[in-house]
Design a protein around this ligand. Sequence first.
Ligand code: ZN
Ligand code: ZN
Ligand code: FE
Length: 758
Amino acid sequence: MMKRAEIDITGIVQGVGFRPFIYNLAKTHSIRGWVLNNEKGVLIDAESEDGNLGCFIQDIPILAPALARIESLQVVPLEPIGHTSFEIRKSEEASDKFVLISPDAATCDQCLSELFSPENFRYHYPFINCTLCGPRFTIIKDIPYDRYKTTMAPFAMCQICQREYEDPANRRFHAQPNACPSCGPSLQLKDREGKEIQGDPIEKTLYLLKKGFIVAIKGLGGFHLACDAENNEAVSSLRSRKFREDKPFAVMCRDIVEVEQHCEVSDEEKKLLLGVERPIVILKRRKVSTIAHAIAPYQDTLGVMLPYSPLHHLLLKGPLKTLVMTSGNISDEPIAYKNEEALKRLSNIADYFLFHNREIHMRGDDSVTRIFEAKPYILRRSRGYIPFPIKLSFPLEMILACGGELKNTFCLTRGQYAFLSHHIGDLENLETVASFEKGIEHFKRLFYIEPKAVAYDLHPDYLSTKYALSIQHIPKIGVQHHHAHIVSAMVENGIGGNVIGVALDGTGFGLDGTIWGGEFIKADLRDFDRLAHLKKIPLPGGSMAIKEPWRMAMVYLSDAFGNKANRLRIDLTRRIDFEKWGILRKAIEKKINTPWTSSMGRLFDAISSLLSIRDEVHYEGQAAIELEMIANHEVKENYPFHIQKDERPMVIHLTEMIRGIVHDLMEGMSSSIISGKFHRTIACLIIETCETIRSNERLNRVVLSGGVFQNIFLLSLVTEGLRRSGFEVYTHHLVPPNDGGISLGQAVIGHTRLMQCA
Ligand code: ZN
Ligand code: ZN
Ligand code: FE
């Protein structure tokens, strides 16, 4: 008996080899009919003898191409009409062609084997790709996703490429970036004066890298600064030229075997390293390894990634097994992504430039991840993940959320999708702001989004806030920083209603005008109530206090010991410039340039300095990271603390803990043990505060967010402790716990507030 059905598929099903896949699958199952792309995704009319049709439909989600993401598959039975063949039909044109766009994807196995087959005409061609892999988001200028609207437009396909492109059965059917050595992009090696170096660009680059030179290499989403990762001298000179004292560099290793030479790698970490997203994965570094020490000084971890473009594979097949691959920028500016721009901006850092002539339209920094509880934990969500949306459990109005200041991302919503942007960077200079504005316009165009409201952080000085407030004619909705953190974690976990939110970070503007950061809130998707926080302390010198943790150590010591603080017999007081501290004390008394804060980040800074680990930081979070690194995990004790429960909000006092730490220091206890005890203390106070809130508010779900939860030791202690106490615990896995995730929370809160007004 004949059967026929219409099959409607939505998700990322365009530009990922879906139609050739359906075409070939139809052949296998003797299906007749057609397939086409429409405004929603892919539409199939399939007809066959009984049995075959069912198998065909079953196989679609199981065998779909690696880059496809099927969101829904609907089958409607139809009357058989006697199709005689299976064909790929021309796409339906529509006015509102909203489709999802695939992220850039790592070179697939089939392309890799062609890349290294001498008989293949794309042998050693650094731009080989197909519908299963290659550049996407970074080359798309406009929609629909078609070659003439990408940066591949200037390259006319040769006959062979064109034939592949038009052949429904071919892996390169409608592969927009399809190219070969005779028709596609090519490499060019230049010196810092812009003079071309003759010879094979890859061979020459390898020779230069091996000699210890620094080469700026144009990649998928921007330039990397590369050097031999086993050459300490090269790495150190990259550091000094980049003005980057000790923030770790990422390393690219030839393959998993090489990664295992330098790091311990679990199965989950392996899977993450090898995924099509190819993020940087933070791994535990082996004690003995040939990787240069200067790559990650004062760290016991290493940020590692595997090659994700054909060019990377070619560079790492030679004599070098590992390369430093750090973003091509000077300190805090956005990563360079245009040839002339790179030559201008990076010529004081790089000795040579490996260019290519395929333009990058949108920047895409490498993503940074680690594994927590056997699942990815994303610290920077960018290349490989963008622009794949976060799917929400309910539809939203179109909202623009502008994010925070550091690690900025923005977010635009449409229906059940929240399009979180790529990593924009710290919005502290004009270049980054320009990149932020360009990004917003690009996303609005790609996904047909015209925001009905704009959500922003309450901090009046953030450039993202100023941008939001400059938008005319739509409602502007201010969202408290820590509320946004908690809601971002709630929505990625698909939960609503009231929860206990524990938001711990460095800085977030509070409703009372002070700086918050050690916050326990009762939150839902619209409102929140501050239920507890760390006791407020002064922040002498404002932002200087963030750069100089010793100031926070002295503030906490003075708080615990009063005038006796200066005379304590500990290393810190031997190092302090008391003249400077005297001036700061006066500033505190006179309330000059001294905001108040309940920040957990600053507490970690204080303890780091108190334990003589770090008095001044060179990058955000450094003091806390190094404090986590030395912590002894076996310690079972913790310091006393006090929660003042008769106040609303409750206040957490740490005087006894500070006294305990000083006592241990004077007894000569190791900083490793003290750091372990400190971490336990923070975990205990979080758990006890949550228990108190549970008995007052009858809430049993705890949501953890904020940059402090990048500390995996603390995060594990807290989640384990909370679960032992019977709580349901929710953490991040899709968006960063740091400020890179808050735009998602802002967007959702913006929507619920807008609905309330309507
Ligand atoms: Zn491929
Ligand atoms: Zn060609
Ligand atoms: Fe934050």
